[in-house]
Design a protein around this ligand. Sequence first.
Ligand code: ADP
Ligand code: ADP
Ligand code: ZN
Length: 215
Amino acid sequence: MKIVMLGAPGAGKGTQAKRIAAQYKIPHISTGDIFRANIKNNTELGKKAKAYMDQGLLVPDELTVDLVMDRLAQEDCADGYILDGFPRTIPQAEALDRALSAKGEQLDRAVDVDVPDDSIVNRMSGRRACQGCGATYHIQFNPSQKGEFCQVCGEKLILREDDKPETVQKRLSVYHEQTQPLIDFYAGKGILRTVDGTKEMDQVFEEIRKVLEAE
Ligand code: ADP
Ligand code: ADP
Ligand code: ZN
């Protein structure tokens, strides 16, 4: 199964994508995670990406598309994958389409996790991220059992620089301008399914499973 997750920053794409990946035994591919790993390792790509990410802007398509194409060419993607945070622009979606068509393949579903802007700012200010393993928590809705430390790897949790309210506003406006048009793009292809992302995490997961399993 080849799935794309759509939704505003903080809508719960990552939370749900991890669960779906485990459920269907397919790799979870998050461009945000890949960029953050590059920043941590101080690579050339990481240095370039950071300048955009810190401002709440998208990393340019030229830097993003090849990276994802290389990842999708790896063996573990042969039976499908879940893309989280890619595509985020129409040109990225078109590049993905071309790459898939060239192999006679296509996406099965684009799942839009729908959450209104006013719930987003609250979610983001409570998000805590582990720099060690990439796990994500929420101080109110999904706290770590180890308080300020990651319950998976033990590292200290942080509030991502780009999750501070000023940057979140910018990311939301970038989302509406550049990413939201993908909803119509995938609706036009007949593969869009929308779920209510304001519900509790387990309920959102059940809704997504339903739309993935329905014809
Ligand atoms: P969130 O999960 O909160 O939406 P991500 O971890 O997906 O955030 O992304 C963090 C940042 O990484 C984005 O704000 C953007 O700067 C960059 N980024 C991630 N994916 C892409 C992409 N497909 N195209 C361009 N920039 C991206
Ligand atoms: P995205 O990948 O779309 O940016 P995340 O999955 O990282 O979003 O979720 C953003 C924040 O909101 C995290 O702190 C996460 O724990 C929390 N969260 C995710 N889904 C829900 C939900 N259904 N209800 C409440 N909080 C949620
Ligand atoms: Zn961790």
